[in-house]
Write a protein that binds this ligand. Structure first.
Ligand SMILES: Cc1cc2nc3c(=O)[nH]c(=O)nc-3n(C[C@H](O)[C@H](O)[C@H](O)COP(=O)(O)OP(=O)(O)OC[C@H]3O[C@@H](n4cnc5c(N)ncnc54)[C@H](O)[C@@H]3O)c2cc1C
Length: 366
């Protein structure tokens, strides 16, 4: 017996469950198929920040930053137990390639876009070192403080999934899609948990998107660059509040206190293998340890690492060099006879709410 739905969504990451919830609230009967488990993908491998992305200022991605910071305010207000505002510190060293005025201006602009009302300020070195006792105190030029939000990505995704289920969404985990048939009036999904039909398929599989489009011969307007990033989790608390630091090549990385541990990340590597084959590699771990040790009084070594995790971002391909490719998400809708296929390309943890709202608006257009 085939079960009928209005919409079938592939992928139970933050975007899949948020879209499911938003559509169910409008009265749609929604099924989510997840081949692993809720938050298996990038939604459990992030830096756990609900932020505009300070580094996107240098790429002039102002609309993405503005939207993320509007969503940040909504999430701070709606999920205060899961999304919390923190002071972030940015110490600038004498060898920094970014001048103080540029950092000050960038943080001022970032605070202007933010809706939480806290401004960025310069803090004295004495104040900084009195709190950050593990940080080397030589060669420092200035210290800036601004505000951003931290979350627990897994808990947040589960919370939205639960809200989706409360709104009537059926989420099937550990479900493999075996066959997909696109007919004039119906899309049929043959899965390991039964056969389902719907007129609308939403592909919210994050970095798996190209592989699925190829496997099931789905039309699409974009393709992705897969950028993987690792985080190392240090077995103790190194700092009291999040810290932004620069690598030798001017990249920004974070040290983020997390309970009794410290998360350090992230790296950025372009991947050509299939997502399921991407592995953590020792060079990336070494790189994070080395960069961190330039700033820490007591050096870290491999035995201080409690956990390492890797996640992959799907970045829409363009002619730009990888680090400059836009982080904006795109909704890619295709009408095929009387059915529709919508691909979700890209998207941050921070913007799931705007993204879901835009999906509902797009689909309600005649
Ligand atoms: C290293 C790193 C750090 C990041 N840090 C941040 C941050 O601090 N703040 C922020 O806002 N964003 C951050 N991001 C981005 C953010 O994590 C992602 O944009 C977001 O989690 C993407 O969610 P998603 O639902 O689109 O995809 P995913 O969470 O990847 O979910 C896709 C799901 O699809 C499932 N799937 C795959 N194939 C199939 C199939 N055939 N059938 C059914 N299901 C399938 C997968 O199992 C997976 O669960 C980071 C990303 C990375 C990689």
């Amino acid at each position: 017996m085939k079960k009928q739905y209005d919409v079938v969504i592939l992928g139970a990451g933050i975007n899949g469950v948020a879209i499911a919830k938003a559509l169910a609230i409008t009265g749609k009967k929604v099924l989510v198929l997840e081949k692993n488990h809720i938050a298996f993908g990038a939604s459990s491998k992030s830096s756990r920040l609900i932020h505009g992305g300070l580094r996107y200022l240098e790429e002039y991605e102002f609309s993405l930053i503005r939207e993320s910071l509007q969503d940040q305010k909504y999430l701070l207000d709606t999920y205060p137990a899961l999304v919390k505002l923190h002071p972030f510190y940015f110490p600038v060293y004498k060898n920094s390639k970014r001048p103080d005025w540029m950092i000050g201006l960038g943080l001022w602009l970032y605070s202007l876009f933010a809706k939480h009302g806290k401004k960025s300020v310069k803090v004295s070195k004495e104040e900084f070192f009195s709190e950050f006792k593990n940080i080397k105190d030589q060669n420092i030029r200035a210290v800036f403080k601004y505000y951003d939000a931290k979350t627990d990505d897994v808990a947040l995704t589960h919370k939205i999934a639960l809200e989706a289920q409360d709104a009537g969404v059926n989420i099937l985990e550990k479900t493999q899609l075996k066959e997909l048939h696109l007919e004039d009036n119906t899309i049929t999904f043959e899965t390991t948990q039964g056969i389902f039909e719907a007129k609308l398929l939403i592909n919210a599989t994050g970095a798996w998107i190209d592989e699925i489009n190829k496997k099931f011969n789905l039309p699409s307007s974009y393709s992705i660059e897969k950028l993987s990033g690792i985080h190392i989790v240090i077995d103790r608390l190194l700092i009291p509040e999040p810290l932004l630091l620069e690598t030798a090549s001017k990249r920004i990385f974070f040290m983020i206190p997390n309970g009794e541990t410290t998360i350090i990340g992230t790296t950025e590597r372009s991947e050509s293998s299939n997502i399921d084959d991407i592995k953590i590699n020792n060079e990336d771990i070494e790189y994070l340890l080395q960069e961190s040790n330039k700033y820490l009084k007591t050096e870290l070594c491999a035995s201080d690492i409690k956990e390492v995790y890797i996640g992959t971002r799907p970045i829409i391909k363009s002619k730009k060099e990888i680090s400059k490719m836009s982080r904006e998400y795109k909704l890619d809708l295709h009408h095929i006879a009387n059915t529709r296929v919508l691909h979700i390309y890209g998207g941050k943890l921070s913007t799931f709410n705007s993204l879901a709202r835009k999906v509902v608006n797009l689909l309600s257009k005649k």
